[in-house]
Design a protein around this ligand. Structure first.
Ligand SMILES: C[S@@+](CC[C@H](N)C(=O)[O-])C[C@H]1O[C@@H](n2cnc3c(N)ncnc32)[C@H](O)[C@@H]1O
Length: 257
């Protein structure tokens, strides 16, 4: 797989990369550097940072997806394939999963991991930018994106693309870090995010900065109600969200009409 597709050259406006403002045209490259740096340690770090709870969130995300045998599913920003693996069992031999990610290194780690587990058939790996998908309209029964939307520069464009490639009646599901709802928990969560994560990153992935970015990017991501509004603006109907673990994460859903 190639390096990342070239980002658009736009230095006239800025966006956030964690707590930093950067030219819009630079964000994709910076995010790419984060994931290229962490790819080899990504799965280990997820377990360490969340004490394994990310596995519960992901299982719940897939278990409540109403995915059926024979469905064709796009898992966007699919990374090392956690969601794709869980979906595979549910769509069965007659279904298929397209694992799309902008980062060739993350896709490589994911494909190797699935091959090692003997999970070969039924997957396609495609290097794509969620903002501009290379699929025809109405190609998928379900589109998922887990812990990915936060990293996309133009989230509205990605949501519109998710809507476009869904069949009528198909569902989009977004699993993403969100805004913690319990006031008492916020200081604990901030301590974990800004003190513990960078240390874990330095010790286990030799990369404190990427995990500092993770904590910052969560704080910059639109909170629950705002993201729901963005999904409605992108054309989705019956948009809803459900908080997980006091809002550490939320699952947003919407349907193509
Ligand atoms: C935190 S990882 C999530 C991986 C996986 N979905 C999971 O839940 O473990 C975020 C992924 O988003 C991908 N990504 C970031 N920007 C993207 C974009 N514009 N289009 C597609 N993928 C993107 C990154 O390369 C990375 O693999």
């Amino acid at each position: 797989m190639n390096d990342q597709p070239s980002p658009p050259q736009d230095s006239s406006t800025t966006t956030h990369f964690g707590f930093r403002d950067v030219p819009v045209g630079d964000k994709q490259k910076l995010v790419g550097e984060v994931f290229s740096s962490v790819a080899g340690k990504y799965d280990l770090m997820n377990d360490l940072m969340s004490l394994g709870i990310h596995r519960v969130w992901k299982r719940y995300f897939v278990a409540t997806s109403q995915v059926r045998r024979g469905d064709r599913v796009l898992d966007l920003a699919g990374g090392t394939g956690d969601i794709a693996l869980l979906l595979r069992d549910r769509v069965g031999e007659t279904g298929s999963i397209v694992l799309g990610d902008i980062n060739g290194e993350m896709l490589r780690v994911g494909r190797d991991r699935m091959t090692d587990q003997g999970k070969v058939s039924g997957f396609e790996y495609v290097q794509v930018n969620a903002e501009k998908l290379p699929f025809p309209d109405a190609s998928f029964d379900l589109v998922t994106i887990a812990f990915g939307l936060r990293n996309v520069t133009d989230k509205d464009a990605a949501l519109r693309e998710m809507n476009r490639v869904l069949k009528v009646g198909g569902q989009a599901r977004v699993l993403e870090f969100s805004e913690v709802t319990a006031d008492w928990f916020k200081p604990v969560y901030d301590f974990h995010s800004f003190k513990v994560l960078p240390v874990l990153g330095r010790l286990f992935a030799n990369d404190a900065d990427s995990y500092q970015y993770l904590a910052e990017s969560i704080r910059k991501h639109p909170p629950q109600a705002e993201l729901k509004g963005m999904m409605e603006a992108a054309g989705f109907a019956r948009c809803r969200y459900r908080n997980l673990s006091a809002g550490i994460c939320a699952i947003h859903t919407g349907y193509r009409v």
